[in-house]
Design a protein around this ligand. Structure first.
Ligand code: IMP
Length: 427
């Protein structure tokens, strides 16, 4: 089973970190292919919590090589802070490999991200403010700074000068902010180069050769399907391709080498930032889901918006990504509800939609059509097999599976590595 893709099926924070970590012990490479330190993975191992933002979760599995591939945007300060934090806790990070083609996030793009959001006012996206959008925009505009540029000071200086030429004007004339000096930006980036150099490789070649040698590669997506810049709820999305197609462009692995696409889906739905969310609960029920599920951002600490499971979204994710397996997470958070609503379809101005509506306008007006499932009160956090679960929890899982478009291979009943029911082997 050489190449596996693991992505989020909803708006992120589905528990991909735990799923990746679980597979990490059984794969040779874990590759981050999109996003940057806007992601937040929480992994709990033996009661110890690790919050990762930029590093692939595979970093916590001994024997696994973590790779930051070309599709990622890297804040070098964050990279080394995370590495130092893990090393201080005894985690060996020496195997980390970084693509020479990945883009770095210069300081001016963090500033631009924040001032642009402020400028947008009520039209803001609710970004994480980490400079992700401006750095991907630079990549597309061909004024980005890549990891390999740090190895040639002359080129680096010329590229920073080129990028700042326009940005300095924008910062000053539109946002009334002084742009950083070219020298300061160059100096800041070069301060990392000695530590960075030994990690840098042609990761596309490395992964291609690994697959040829029969190694197993796990491609881990940041964010999720509905935050994908092409297939998500644009413009309330991140600036990269978080769907399975992005795994190929973001890593240099060809589509015909992908064997499995695993989508992580939460037993309910959450979203951070602005944008449409049909099953959102703005009442006590939403509060309860947020409290029971500890739904606060790993990266920003922001409270997440919470709502019921949306089968329309799950089916959409199954189709767009070619999902072969779903990993259902956080089922334990639903313990204690008398009835559990599940969104089967939408209604928009009297019309029924069984699939995602084509237009943003319709999606903004989508009203969920709910089915109601019987809940359970028993504590399920120590269940280790499907049969250990109360009957109603079993029925809930089977019903979701039926309506979501791909088999459920694993179910999470708590944050720890062990709190997982494996229904079918993933690797
Ligand atoms: P950006 O990625 O910082 O540009 O933010 C764009 C949108 O994606 C915002 O709504 C963020 O809240 C959302 N977002 C980015 N990364 C994550 C994530 O890891 N989980 C959930 N939402 C995210």
């Amino acid at each position: 089973m050489p190449a596996l893709v693991l992505i989020g099926a909803q708006w992120g924070d589905e528990g991909k970190g735990k799923a990746t970590d679980q597979l990490g012990g059984r794969v040779d490479y874990v590759v981050k292919f999109n996003g940057g330190n806007n992601a937040g993975h929480t992994v709990v191992i033996g009661g110890e919590t690790y919050a990762l933002h930029l590093l692939p979760s595979g970093i916590l599995s001994a024997g696994c090589t973590p790779v930051i591939a070309n599709g990622v945007v890297i804040d070098l300060g964050v990279l080394f802070t995370e590495i130092d934090g893990l090393e201080a806790r005894g985690t060996d990070t020496s195997k980390l490999v970084v693509s020479a083609n990945a883009h770095v996030i210069p300081s001016y793009n963090r500033v631009l991200d924040k001032v642009t959001e402020r400028f947008l006012g009520s039209r803001k996206i609710g970004t994480t403010g980490r400079g992700i959008g401006p750095t991907y925009a630079d990549k597309m505009n061909r004024v980005g700074i890549r990891v390999q540029d740090l190895f040639d000071e002359k080129i680096l200086r010329a590229k920073v000068e080129g990028a700042l030429e326009l940005k300095a004007q924008v910062l000053l004339k539109v946002y009334n902010r002084k742009a950083p000096a070219v020298d300061d930006v160059v100096e800041d980036l070069l301060s990392y180069v000695d530590r960075l150099r030994p990690m840098v490789a042609d990761t596309g070649l490395l992964l291609g050769q690994a697959l040829d040698a029969g190694k197993t590669v796990l491609l881990e997506g940041g964010q999720a399907t509905l935050l994908d810049v092409d297939h998500g709820t644009y413009p309330f999305v991140t600036s990269s391709n978080a769907t399975s197609g992005g795994a190929c462009t973001g890593s240099g692995i060809a589509p015909n080498r992908i064997d499995k696409v695993i989508a992580v889906v939460k037993a309910y739905t959450t979203r951070v930032g602005e944008g449409p969310f049909p099953t959102e609960l703005l009442d006590d029920a939403g509060e309860k889901l947020r409290a029971d599920g500890h739904e606060y951002g790993t990266t920003t600490g922001r409270p997440r918006r919470c709502g019921w499971y949306d089968a329309v979204i799950a089916r959409y994710a199954a189709r767009v990504n070619g999902v072969t397996d779903f990993v259902l997470t956080k089922l334990d958070v639903l313990t204690g509800w008398d009835k559990i609503p599940v969104c089967m379809a939408y209604e928009v101005d009297g019309r029924r939609f069984d699939e995602m509506p084509m237009t943003q306008t319709d999606f903004h007006h989508a009203v969920p059509v709910y089915d109601y499932f019987d809940g359970w009160t028993e504590d399920i956090t120590s269940a280790r097999t499907f049969e250990d679960l109360p009957k109603n929890a079993q029925l809930y899982i089977r019903a979701l599976e039926e309506m979501s478009g791909a088999p459920f291979s694993s179910v999470g009943v708590g944050p720890d590595r062990e709190q997982t029911l494996e229904l079918r082997p993933l690797v």
